[in-house]
Ligand binder design. Sequence first.
Ligand code: 2BA
Length: 105
Amino acid sequence: MKIIVGIINGKDANKVSKKLSLAEFGVTKLSSTGGFLRDGNTTLLVGVEDERLNDALDIIRENSKRRTTLVPPSDISPMVISAPLEVTIGGATVFIIDVEQFEKM
Ligand code: 2BA
């Protein structure tokens, strides 16, 4: 078994979690904040059997868009005075972790 820790843009999170639930994956949504932009995003925890891992990843991939956003340089360093920086976010940042034991009590 694996656990997927998926950091998803806030604009995609509802769609991704809905599609995962419809495909009968268990999903937990956590509100999270990116360290760089300090903007809200959503972290999804999805426990999956190994043979369904790729199905879950396909759903996340297909429903998470790449986006660009403009960041005021002062948000990155007070020393920098220049035009806003364009930053690409996502689709999703995904970590896949082996689960040693899984129990529901
Ligand atoms: P943030 O940390 O707010 O980062 C938002 C986007 O800013 C990133 O998009 C990346 O394109 C850019 N970025 C991040 N750090 C940067 C830096 N030091 N210099 C220049 N640009 C930088 P993504 O890579 O798609 O990441 C989206 C969100 O996923 C991140 O939001 C963070 O919450 C999470 N994340 C990304 N990589 C991570 C990692 N290695 N560990 C934990 N969380 C991560």
